[in-house]
Design a protein around this ligand. Structure first.
Ligand SMILES: Nc1nc2c(c(=O)[nH]1)N[C@H]1C(S)=C(S)[C@@H](COP(=O)(O)O)O[C@H]1N2
Ligand SMILES: [Mo]
Length: 320
């Protein structure tokens, strides 16, 4: 654990296996209020607020709906009250379930509905506030077109710690938006005022101005091999890692010490919001070296050298 602020639910950088899909037993877990105990026989999802037909679904009802899936990177925003600290907790997962759009179509949002609120079954205290639920919200159109209500991850039922029996998955957005243990959807004409929506998980846009909710993921990358501090033999070494962002990454560069940025070979993203592997073979002479990687997205945004949550990732290695 690092010494920086790390309340419950915000531990230090986890290790990240270098595979396209992250094995679920290696996936980081974030739970701000503690996991709830859920009886699947009693579980329901209610849809209420500005809808023509308020409804509730039990597991049998949910399983009767048309199914779909998606594969996407999954990145924790990190310390909710320290939006500039890098945490690099990232994974890549395959989810299946029911499109939020399918459930919304059953309920029929009214014309005044502009936002979808997502609430989980977990209850507790965080940052000195008590009796909290875990609540997030998204603009209705974005939620309707992008959000999946998932009951499986990597082909198996959701484990309890990752949101069993149902969670939201909001691809391209920070995973804080992907509400676990989902039990309630509310359609509203305004955003909810709440610790996790308007007071934490917000950040000031680059040019200044009013804080905005932490949603679209920054352009980012992480070195996965070698590991920080790893002893290596001298010679050529294939440096590898993963890059991701709300928009596709179009270039990753790698630098050894002050030798300048060199382009790595980068997998294309394709149509899915998945992470992209990069690799570059570099010669390593005996001694201590610093290795860095830096991603650029299709809109030309580049990871900053320091002072931001998506600052360039740097590791140190010792070559014999
Ligand atoms: N109900 C609920 N959903 C939640 C959270 C939570 O504490 N409660 N944590 C969020 C945060 S901050 C992250 S990063 C992701 C983590 O999902 P995971 O634990 O399945 O990796 O869940 C999100 N959904
Ligand atoms: Mo998170």
């Amino acid at each position: 654990m690092q010494a920086t602020p790390s309340g419950p639910g915000t531990p230090a950088d986890p290790d990240v296996p270098d595979t396209f899909l992250t094995p679920v037993d290696r996936l980081f877990v974030r739970s701000h209020l503690g996991p709830p105990r859920i009886d699947p026989a009693a579980w329901t999802l209610t849809v209420e607020g500005l809808v023509e037909r308020p409804l509730w679904l039990d597991l049998a009802g949910l399983r009767g709906l048309e199914r779909t899936g998606l594969t996407a990177f999954h990145e924790c925003f990190g310390h909710p009250d320290h939006p500039d600290l890098p945490t690099r907790a990232v994974a890549n997962l395959e989810w299946s379930g029911v499109a939020l759009a399918t459930v919304l179509a059953l309920a029929g949002p009214r014309p005044q509905a502009r936002h979808v609120w997502f609430e989980g079954a977990d209850r507790g205290s965080f940052a000195g506030e008590h009796g909290l639920t875990y609540l997030k919200d998204l603009p209705l159109e974005q939620a309707r077109t992008e959000v999946l209500l998932a009951d499986t991850v990597n082909g198996a039922p959701l484990p309890p710690r990752h949101g069993f029996p149902l969670r939201a998955v909001a691809p391209r957005l920070f995973a804080t938006n992907s509400v676990k243990w989902l039990t309630r959807l509310v359609l509203a004409d305004h955003r909810p005022e709440h610790l996790f929506t308007t007071r934490l998980y917000t950040r000031v846009p680059p040019g200044g101005g009013a804080p905005r909710p932490a949603r679209e993921v920054d352009v980012n990358s992480r070195l996965l091999a070698p590991l920080d501090g790893e002893p290596l033999p001298a010679g050529r070494y294939e440096v590898t890692g993963r890059a991701w962002g709300a928009e596709p990454v179009v270039a990753v560069e790698v630098a050894v010490d002050d030798g300048g940025w060199r382009p790595a070979v980068l997998d294309p993203r394709g149509a899915r919001p998945v992470w992209q592997r990069f690799a570059l073979a570099v010669p390593l002479s005996p001694g201590r070296h610093r290795i860095r990687c830096r991603a650029t997205d299709v809109r030309g945004r580049v990871q900053p050298p320091s002072g931001a949550r998506n600052a360039v990732h740097t590791i140190g290695v010792t070559v014999a």
